[in-house]
Design a protein around this ligand. Structure first.
Ligand SMILES: [Zn+2]
Length: 186
């Protein structure tokens, strides 16, 4: 049979489509049935939330307060801190946009660190200042793979990084009458 929600061909014995459509109740109900005990902001996810919401902004702003920096650096740092806090709070509240924010935040961190690497190499200051930029590149890559693979992330947000987020269990049931327009069913 074809799914009423996404049009995917399922075995006739299936109870639920991959998209979350339940053939019995005729509604989309996503359930974190793989690891429900992992759902929630705990463990490494909690650690990340604390780092992004508190540690990164405090360390960055303390650096601005104690060192003379150019205006461009000050503006970029303050903007990144704001985005960092916004991302952390969104993750903490388990908002659906949380994963998208993390994605944007990690890409932004990686680009800024990569650009500063290039600048340090050009200025021949690499040996003095290359360490922090290198650490940022490395930690960004590690957190990227965490959000892409973590079972806790999937159980908490309904998806890993880069996957479409499924509707939560508490969400409004999907209308069962008819299919989405434009999807062939035969
Ligand atoms: Zn489906």
């Amino acid at each position: 049979m074809y799914c009423n929600n996404c049009g995917l061909l399922n075995p006739d014995t299936a109870n639920r489509c991959e998209c979350g459509f339940d053939f019995q109740t005729k509604s989309v109900r996503w359930r974190p049935d793989e690891h429900p005990e992992l759902s929630g902001v705990r463990g490494w996810l909690l650690f990340y939330c604390i780092v992004v919401t508190f540690v990164t902004p405090i360390v960055s702003l303390a650096d601005l307060a104690t060192n003379r920096r150019g205006l461009a650096v000050v503006v970029i740092t303050v903007a990144v801190c704001g985005f960092s806090v916004y991302t952390g709070i969104s993750l903490w509240r388990v908002e659906r946009k949380g994963l998208k924010l993390v994605r944007a935040y990690l890409i932004m961190g990686w680009v800024i660190a990569a650009l500063s690497m290039v600048e340090l190499i050009v200025l021949r200051d690499f040996e003095r200042y290359g360490g922090p930029a290198g650490q940022t590149l490395l930690s960004t890559a590690i957190w990227w793979s965490y959000f892409k693979k973590s079972k806790r992330v999937k159980a908490t947000y309904g998806a890993n990084l880069g996957e479409p987020v499924k509707p939560p269990l508490s969400g409004p049931p999907h209308e069962s009458s008819g299919a989405k327009p434009g999807i062939p069913h035969a």
